[in-house]
Design a binder for this molecule. Structure first.
Ligand code: TRP
Length: 449
């Protein structure tokens, strides 16, 4: 059977943007900004996206398009030998991320329902409402619904499922968020929010770089869907006349645009409601947005639009996470797409079940996946691409662009040295930070049982 491909060029870009834009931009980004000091984090994050994320994305693209294979097969064919295990790491990362991503996606679906029924505006405390749905039976039920939708779309295939889905979903995200940002601009807290979010304090950055660097690296990889072969997989459905650099720029710009836009919506809402962005954690957008909406004009409609958009964004990312594993099962084991998607989807659902017990498991999975696994995957991938086969990488990038001359070697050297070094530092800091988390908040939780 012939391997599937994208139907159109824009289909690929939208699918990649659909993968990139998700809970990482809308749920994860605001609480990272909040925990890491506002604009200071923004500066670091933007630097990481441009200087590390973009070159790393191109590296994933060339492997996918050159080999025309899934992430595991692609890296095996690209580098051979023990590098095949790196593919195993990608599959593992896909499992871990999607398992808790789906639980958070389930919260979002629950809030869509809550917007219609007036659930979260009717309770006295937005925080109590969040706690009541974030773990337990509601969480489990909506985690299951989220996974079922993902399985349904991916089972339909690349063109009929993924491409068609993202063509509707991605434009919808931009339109609705644009409207909401204009709405937020009119709120009383907007001025204060913009200052907090957009004017960095250099002293703060210098004092806190040890937590800022791994947080920004993790967020940079997470938000661009890098470090586990999504971009390898998606680029493998592509033909050789495509300008990968141009596609990469479009994807990075659109994705960063959604993150910035999210901040322009969420922070004015928070400041208008008198909520401190530093304290909100994984419940940030849920608690604070709901709290704010109770008193704001058109609150219920704004809430519905907001959470519906988040749900769409989460789904278009989740399909890319599962597609890495599904594509591997199809290519390597000759499995039928429908069956592969069903089996893998159920396994991921089960891995996510513990996360529905207590929200601390979200942190347990999330910090491990984003600040350790993705960064580790990224380092190994970047070494395999630029240290082992630089000529092949540049040659592949040049297809669809033309002779790159010294820009090609500039790209290789940026990835070889600064990108790898910064990622190594981030990995080290990420591991020590995770140990602190395990010994601190997580140990406390276990002690309280
Ligand atoms: N980038 C998505 C987001 O920001 C999440 C995601 C999809 C992802 N695929 C990924 C993260 C692969 C890491 C790796 O929500």
């Amino acid at each position: 059977m012939a391997r599937e491909t994208w139907g159109t060029r824009i289909g690929f870009i939208l699918a990649a943007v659909g993968s990139a834009v998700g809970l990482g931009n809308i749920w994860r980004f605001p609480f990272q900004v909040g925990q890491e000091g506002g604009a200071a984090f923004m500066v670091m994050y933007l630097a990481f996206v441009v200087l590390i994320g973009f070159p790393a994305m191109l590296a994933e693209f060339v492997v996918g398009r050159k080999t025309d294979l899934n992430a595991v097969g692609g890296i095996r064919e690209w580098a051979g030998g023990a590098w095949t295990y790196l593919g195993g790491l990608f599959v593992l990362i896909g499992f871990v991320i999607l398992s808790y991503y789906s639980v958070v996606g389930g919260w979002v679906l629950r809030y869509v329902v809550g917007s219609v029924t007036g659930g979260y505006t009717a309770t006295e405390s937005a925080a109590a409402y969040f706690v009541s749905i974030a773990s337990g039976t509601d969480a489990l039920l909506f985690h299951a619904i989220f996974m079922l939708i993902v399985i349904g779309i991916v089972a339909l295939g690349v063109q009929q499922g993924i491409e068609l889905g993202v063509k509707v979903m991605v434009p919808a995200i931009f339109v609705i968020f644009g409207i909401l940002a204009v709405y937020a601009f009119g709120l009383a807290g907007a001025g204060e929010a913009y200052a907090y979010y957009l004017s960095p304090d250099v002293g703060y950055i210098l004092e806190n770089w040890q937590s800022l660097v791994p947080a920004a690296a993790g967020q940079g990889f997470f938000t661009l869907s890098l470090g586990m072969g999504v971009m390898i997989t998606y680029a493998s459905y592509l033909s050789s006349d495509e300008n990968l650099a141009l596609d990469g720029v479009s994807i990075v710009v659109l994705n960063t645009g959604v993150s910035i836009l999210t901040g322009l919506i969420v922070f004015p809402i928070l400041f208008s409601a008198g909520v401190d962005p530093a304290t909100s954690g994984a419940g940030a957008i849920f608690i604070s947005v709901a709290e704010a909406l109770i008193d704001l004009p058109f609150g219920q409609i704004v809430g519905l639009l907001f959470f519906l958009t988040v749900a769409i964004a989460a789904l278009s990312s989740a399909i890319s996470l599962i597609e890495v594993v599904v594509s591997y099962a199809i290519d390597e084991y000759g499995m039928d797409r429908m069956r592969a998607t069903g089996i893998i989807g159920v396994a991921i659902f089960l891995l996510g079940v513990p996360v529905t017990v207590n929200t601390i498991f979200v942190d347990l999975y999330d910090i491990f996946a984003a600040q350790i696994l993705l960064v580790l995957g990224g380092i190994l991938l970047m070494i395999a691409i630029t240290w082992l086969h630089a000529d092949k990488a540049v040659g592949e990038l040049e297809k669809g662009i033309g002779d790159l001359g010294s820009i090609g070697s500039l790209w290789i050297w940026i990835v070889r040295v600064p990108v790898v070094l910064v990622l190594l530092v981030s990995l080290y800091l990420g591991i020590t930070g995770y140990i602190d988390f395990l010994q601190g908040p997580f140990a406390e939780y276990l002690g309280s049982l």
